[in-house]
Design a protein around this ligand. Structure first.
Ligand code: 3UK
Length: 512
């Protein structure tokens, strides 16, 4: 049986093809060439062996974006061991849950994040060892010291293209996170499709991702894609504020900047950075995680002269499967299927819906996970043979472009007509006073559902007739019955650790 280890293709191939001396990563503190990354990942593989971790066992990573992330992630995969990168913003309870669920044998953690898990690590029967990245070991092992003891050669484990290589936990907007098992071949599948055929990534590219490596989006942006061509990546371990992003764009002059709608909007609106440029060599930006409002895409292009490609991806499918592309952009849409992916829109009864009608998006993907760990019924619901259900509602126009209408479970009917909260929110944020909006159903005195809006205002935009002005604005934009009957001004919207609005927390009767 032929074998395939993702690390051979991602990393060793770059060295074999003569790029051993080329810069793979810079994290503003350290730099790592492809050759150094190969040697360090071998050390990490040897370290895992010494710690007694065996093939197919899991190791968890709660790591900031520094050069240590690719060293540990690729070292584990090299050894046939399953790295499980976790969101660095979880609570102690959530870490307790996912560490127990994954039965991680070793935890790699950045020194600054250790305090969050300190009371949890002693309570996990399967967790045998903690390795700290940084200078303060907090009484455990220090990654740099342990790597220094190891040999920098390692016989890469002969894995199979279709065996699990790593897991990613999908948070969803409700419930506990679910571990998606991804295969060795899934990384290359995202590079051969989206990165190569949509981004047109090149060896000469320099990548900067606001999304961190523990997200599927960030992992593709800052690991799979650049390594697929031997490009260079700038890592940022800090919170991606507008000011920091502008400073990185101007210091490193990346050619590709991967962001998200909230960040692009914030970078356009930030008073302190209103004279900043977006770097001299930037050729393209990408946006994912939520839909990019048309107004944000157009404003960005007008100010910086560079397009933003909006595309939808998911943890289950690893990266983007429906996207705009550099020569074919329509702001306000998610574009067309990425070459290599097929999509369908289906009604509740599972029939394909015609153009112009809303349906649930299903995707046939070469990069789909093989299921959720220990969750048979949720796996069956999501991974249906060749097709993966996204839980998103979309409409296709006559040109074959797809437009996001909202999460299936957030849609509701007003006077018998489906209302997408997302459509009302999109209309609200085009009002000059509104920075962000969330819309949920609320029962009127007759018990009938109507839209209710929660809005975050832009600084200095309190106005006497604000509520009437907002209602009128929505009526004008999207039709008279969809306007919010009630509007609450709030300081901030509830969001998941991945930045998605938690509408369920705002719904009528929600207890939290
Ligand atoms: C929503 C979008 C509209 C959609 C992700 C790029 O976000 C990613 O993965 P998650 O598992 O969330 C998936 C869900 O997020 N979504 C993502 N992108 C868009 N909605 N327009 C978009 N452009 O509800 C989807 O089901 O956190 C994004 C690459 C890899 C990813 N995992």
């Amino acid at each position: 049986m032929s074998t395939y280890n993702a690390v051979t293709w991602l990393l060793d191939r770059n060295v074999d093809e003569g790029r051993g001396g080329k810069l793979a990563y810079t994290d503003t503190v350290s730099e790592l060439t492809y050759g150094e990354l190969q040697r360090q990942s071998c050390r990490a593989a040897n370290l895992l062996r010494r710690l007694g971790v065996r093939r197919e066992e899991r190791v968890a990573m709660i790591m900031l974006d520094t050069v240590d992330f690719p060293i540990v992630f690729l070292g584990a995969i090299r050894a046939g061991i399953i790295p499980v990168p976790l969101n660095t913003l979880l609570t102690a309870d959530q870490y307790g849950y996912v560490l127990a669920d994954s039965r991680a044998r070793v935890l790699f953690i950045s020194e600054a994040l250790y305090p969050v898990v300190k009371d949890v690590v002693g309570q996990l029967p399967d967790l045998e060892c903690v390795v700290v990245s940084g200078r303060n070991s907090h009484g455990h092992k220090l990654l740099s010291e342990e790597l220094a003891k190891e040999s920098d050669s390692f016989a890469t484990v002969k894995t199979h293209a279709e065996e699990p290589a790593f897991w990613l936990y999908s948070s969803g907007s409700t419930g506990m996170p679910k571990g998606v098992r991804h295969l060795h071949s899934n990384l290359q599948a995202t590079a051969d499709t989206y990165a190569s055929q949509v981004l047109g990534i090149q060896e000469s590219d320099i990548c900067l991702s606001a999304a961190k490596l523990f997200f599927a989006y960030g992992l593709g942006n800052a690991l799979t894609f650049p390594m697929s061509v031997g490009a260079t990546t700038v890592l940022n371990s800090e919170r991606p504020t507008p000011a920091l992003m502008f400073s990185l764009l101007n210091k490193y002059n990346p050619t590709i900047f991967y962001g998200a709608p909230t960040l692009f909007a914030a970078m356009l609106n930030d008073e302190t950075t209103k004279n900043e440029r977006a770097g001299a060599r930037l050729r393209i930006c990408t946006s994912a995680g939520e839909a990019l409002p048309e107004s944000v895409g157009l404003a960005w292009k007008a100010r910086f002269g560079v397009d933003i490609l909006d595309g939808i991806g998911s943890t289950e499918l690893l990266h983007i499967f429906l996207s705009n592309s550099p020569d074919d952009i329509k702001y306000g849409t998610s574009g067309r299927p990425v070459p290599g992916y097929k999509v369908r829109l289906v009604s509740d009864s599972g029939d394909d819906v015609p153009d112009g009608e809303v349906g649930e998006l299903l995707v046939e993907a070469p990069s789909a996970g093989e299921g959720y760990w220990n969750q048979r019924s949720k796996s069956r619901h999501t991974f249906q043979g060749y097709w993966t259900r996204t839980g998103d509602k979309y409409v296709r126009d006559a040109d074959g472009r797809y437009t996001f209408c909202g999460r299936a479970d957030d849609m509701f009917k007003v006077s018998g007509i489906w209302v997408s909260p997302f459509e009302v929110e999109s209309a609200l944020i085009t009002h000059p006073a509104v920075l962000e909006a969330a819309v949920v159903p609320e029962a009127d005195p007759e018990g009938l559902l109507k839209p209710k809006a929660f809005v975050v205002l832009r600084a200095g935009s309190e106005a006497d007739n604000l509520y009437d002005s907002l209602k009128e604005h929505v009526k004008q934009k999207i039709g008279p019955w969809k306007y919010p009957r009630w509007i609450d001004v709030v300081e901030a919207l509830p969001k998941t650790a991945t930045g998605k609005i938690q509408r369920y927390k705002l719904r009528e009767g929600a207890s939290n």
